[in-house]
Design a binder for this molecule. Structure first.
Ligand code: NDP
Length: 444
């Protein structure tokens, strides 16, 4: 058994049933062979064993009372995975599917993603199995206050800086920040994604979606191609999906489909983002309402059929494992040329193999969706300097970071003999820096 196989086998034995964590660890570790071959000293320092073990995992009770007076108990998580290159950083997810395995897979991915941004931020992730959907604003506030009443003691502007993710948007960040400030009596950049009136950064809300398009456009540009005139399918209709759609449309692409967890809309003339935003951002409604408002568009229940729609560029922006091998084959058969992951781990390992075999340009999440956390780090820089940058400045830094990420993963892939394989490139480039920092800091 090789060193990597041994670490993976121990990981599965020590963390039984954590299938998402096993999947992410397998995807990452199997690509690190060439780095370990160059650095035999990592094995004697048990560097990989330490890399896959969170520095700290916090699990806590979150009791709260709904509007009818009924008491509920949810579970809260914060996994502070790795602080070798900077304070822990990573979002909070509120969704019924959240469990320790999901948070650990997201945390492990986050370590490498944060490293790829080139900024000094370590990796973490957290959240709860609480579902904000269908809850009143008051119930969401009460929940967020209870969640923060435990979380506050574990985070801080120089320790751990959470942000949003699925189910945690501007409203939730506002309630979480209000409670943190009330308990700690401090106005610091302890959370990112804050509102502009209380320390947030311009372009943070747009950053993951815009960043996804900037890196895709760079990959296309270097192939003599561009988004202009291309047909694009985007899954999801949340924060990442909406701003990916906005930037893709600005660059001349035609986005023909989006979805939420109930079903998918198809609009062959091109999605009207204004209508989607009204339904999702203002009314907190369901995507099916789009078809009632936009003549000629079609709604189909179920998410899976979105991958039947022919497109040049597919941007999965909803959740993990939304594209399996069968979906990948359908996309390929319909001529997809580029797949860039806005969501975290939206493609299964088998789907990635299909894309690679077919020569699809595949940009993995940890590179392609790093724009959100990169701009969070820019928000941290503004908060600690007590200043605000213009939208143009933040946007141009975001673009520069995404272009650098592309060149960095491209270089790493080529340097190690895997030209064009951006899964290899992203894992290797992200890991090199973290491993170097961990090794330099001794056995900690
Ligand atoms: P939002 O909560 O704003 O939107 C999530 C979207 O995905 C919604 O349309 C939601 O539909 C859909 N969705 C969620 N779960 C499922 C599911 N199990 N099946 C089908 N559809 C689902 O989240 P974000 O846009 O912030 O996040 C989307 C993805 O991007 C996640 O993987 C997240 O980790 C990743 N990401 C987000 C970043 C950010 O800055 N926000 C940064 C980097 C990555 P519905 O409304 O019906 O639930």
């Amino acid at each position: 058994m090789t060193y990597i196989e041994n670490v993976l086998s121990q990981l599965k034995e020590r963390n039984p049933g954590e299938k998402e964590f096993h999947q992410a660890a397998t995807e990452i570790l199997l690509t690190l062979e060439p780095v370990l071959a160059r650095h035999p000293e990592y094995e004697s320092a048990a560097l990989l064993e330490r890399f896959v073990e969170p520095e700290r995992a916090i699990l806590f009770r979150v009791p709260w009372t709904d509007d009818s007076g009924k008491v509920h108990v949810n579970r809260g998580y914060r996994v502070q995975f790795n602080s070798a290159i900077g304070p822990y950083k990573g979002g909070l997810r509120f969704h019924p599917s959240v469990n320790l395995s999901v948070i650990k897979f997201l945390g492990l991915e986050q370590i490498l993603k944060n490293s790829l941004t080139g900024l000094p931020i370590g990796g973490a992730k957290g959240g709860s199995d609480f579902d904000p959907k269908g809850k009143s604003d008051h119930e969401v506030m009460v929940f967020c206050q209870s969640f923060m009443t435990e979380l506050y003691r574990h985070i801080g502007a120089d320790t751990d800086v959470p942000a949003g993710d699925i189910g945690v948007g501007a409203r939730e960040i506002g309630f979480l920040y209000g409670q943190y400030k009330r308990i700690c009596d401090e106005s610091t950049g302890v959370l990112t994604g804050r509102g502009l009136s209380y320390g947030g950064s311009l372009i943070r809300k747009e950053a993951t979606g815009y960043g996804l398009i900037y890196i895709t456009e760079e990959a296309m540009r270097l192939r003599g191609d561009s988004l202009n005139g291309k047909t694009v399918v985007i899954s999801g209709s949340g924060n990442v999906a909406i701003y990916a759609c906005e930037k893709a449309q600005q660059l001349g692409a035609k986005v023909v489909a989006m979805y939420d967890s109930d079903g998918c809309i198809y609009d062959e003339k091109g999605i009207s983002l204004e209508v989607v935003r009204r339904i999702k951002e203002q009314e907190r409604g369901r995507i099916r309402e789009y078809a009632d408002r936009v003549p000629g568009s079609v709604y189909k229940p179920g998410c899976k059929n979105i991958w039947d729609i022919p497109c040049d560029v597919a941007l999965p922006c909803a959740t993990q494992n939304e594209i399996d091998a069968e979906d990948a084959k359908k996309l390929i058969a319909h001529g997809v040329k580029y797949v860039a992951e806005g969501a975290n781990m939206p493609s299964t390992l088998e789907a990635i193999d299909e894309f690679k075999r077919a020569g699809v340009v595949f940009l993995p999440a940890k590179a392609a969706n790093a724009g959100g956390v990169a701009t969070s780090a820019l928000e941290m820089a503004q908060a600690s300097g007590r200043m605000f940058w213009t939208a143009e400045k933040v946007d141009s830094k975001l673009k520069e970071i995404m272009i650098n990420i592309y060149h960095n993963i491209d270089r790493a892939a080529s340097e190690y003999g895997y030209a064009g394989d951006y899964v290899m490139g992203a894992n290797i480039a992200g890991f090199e820096k973290v491993a170097d920092a961990m090794f330099a800091q001794g056995i900690v």
